[in-house]
Design a protein. Structure first.
Length: 405
């Protein structure tokens, strides 16, 4: 793999950030510019800062962009404090309005990191029930938030004072991912109520882990996952005493055993240095139920897919994935203009799924929005499509086959 030395050292810095390990002294010819750019692409500058800060001061002072790492850390400290403050206010208001809710993703997992500011968050994601859109809008308006947008799955709000974004979700995943959607729809019955916050429900560690794997699979299919997604799994292995028998049985129900196995391989490869014999159940293995070891070539292909697509996936990769999902071997502008039903349902929700005959009208709506509301983004999308090569399609098809997606 190109820049293998730099990638390995970046992963070492990330691991040392969240453990008691001390990073090795970097080689003199290491390309710090590449490490910085990759850290920025994956939005882990503040995490890497914790690893770099363990190096001798004379090395730290000579690292290019050290001021940027430090600034990212300080910014994340402020944003983390703001999100904690905002979440306290939001939880109080949801409780006052008798709204049931479940905290998701980073607002939960950051608390099992050694330091909450190591885990950068984007939006605060909250699942809710027992309230309509009007009530939720009124709650956030009273808290000083403005409405950003409304989609089939969620409504998004922004507080300009604290620079906090919140997504209020009625479902955990888009309707178009049918099997995962219906599995997660019953999550409320598997949650426990919080003894401290009225209306708050909490997933068990196992169900939170399963939700994380489903969320990873969704992003993986849509355009890619980032280093943070993989790091979260490593952290959960370290901090949660998970029932893997339950996890495996549940993932088998929804067809994600193979993908989960790939994730486990990558976590062990990056954070435990195990590229060979991952199915040998050695004492060094972090997760004791690896079902199948990836070959070095498969590992390299998956690692490249994750690394090149950044924190949440790239648009070009998203377009490539759509081609592979359809079973096509080349770019089709016609299919971009008239997406398949699953994609349209993810845009517009269950109503379209129940009234499939309306699909042509929704195609018109989508392309009207593309032309008049998202013109620049639509042009960029066409540019991404023109840049897709046969090799991109072939590699992506191989990745999805390995992952069972």
């Amino acid at each position: 793999m190109k820049h293998e030395k730099e990638i390995n050292y970046l992963i070492e810095l990330v691991k040392c950030a969240v453990t008691d390990n001390i990073p090795s002294i970097p080689e003199k010819d290491i390309d710090w510019e590449f490490i910085y750019k990759l850290s920025k692409l994956h939005k882990i500058l503040s995490t890497v800062y914790f690893g770099i800060s363990k190096l001798p001061k004379e090395i730290v002072s000579n690292i290019p962009h050290i001021d940027n790492y430090t600034l990212a850390y300080k910014k994340n400290l402020v944003l983390d404090a703001n999100k904690t403050f905002e979440l306290t206010r939001i939880k109080e208001q949801l409780g006052n309005h008798h709204v049931d809710y479940v905290l998701l993703k980073g607002s939960v997992i950051k608390y099992i990191y050694p330091d909450t500011s190591m885990r950068r968050m984007g939006d605060i994601d909250i699942l809710f029930r027992n309230a309509n859109e009007v009530t939720i809008d009124e709650i956030f308006s009273s808290l000083g938030y403005t409405l950003r947008n409304k989609l089939a799955k969620d409504s998004s709000y922004f507080n300009p004072t604290t620079q906090t974004y919140v997504e209020m979700q009625e479902t955990l995943i888009d309707y178009g991912f049918t099997e995962w959607f219906y599995y997660l729809k019953d999550i409320w019955g598997r949650c426990v109520t919080s003894p401290d916050s009225p209306g708050e429900y909490i997933m068990t560690n196992e169900d939170f882990y399963i939700y994380h794997i489903i969320h990873m699979a969704k992003h993986f299919k849509n355009g890619g996952i980032g280093i943070t997604h993989v790091l979260d799994v490593y952290i959960m292995w370290q901090k949660y005493n998970l029932d893997y028998n339950y996890i495996n049985l549940e993932l088998e129900k929804i067809g994600l055993v193979k993908f989960h196995n790939v994730v486990k391989n990558i976590v062990n490869y990056w954070f435990n240095g195990e590229i060979k014999d991952l199915n040998s159940h050695t004492k060094n293995s972090l997760c004791q139920d690896i079902n199948h070891s990836l070959s070095p070539d498969e590992t390299d292909l998956i690692a490249k897919y994750i690394l090149r697509n950044g924190a949440f996936g790239e648009k070009k990769q998203q377009e490539t994935n759509a081609i592979v999902k359809r079973g096509d071997s080349k770019v089709s502008l016609r299919k971009k203009i008239f997406p398949e039903m699953e994609t349209m349902v993810n845009y517009y929700g269950a109503f379209l799924d129940r009234h499939k005959y309306l699909l042509p009208f929704y195609w018109l709506r989508l392309n009207f929005e593309r032309l008049f509301l998202r013109g620049t983004r639509s042009l960029q999308s066409l540019s991404n499509m023109s840049a897709i090569t046969e090799e991109n399609i072939s590699d992506t098809r191989a990745v999805m086959k390995i992952c069972g997606l």
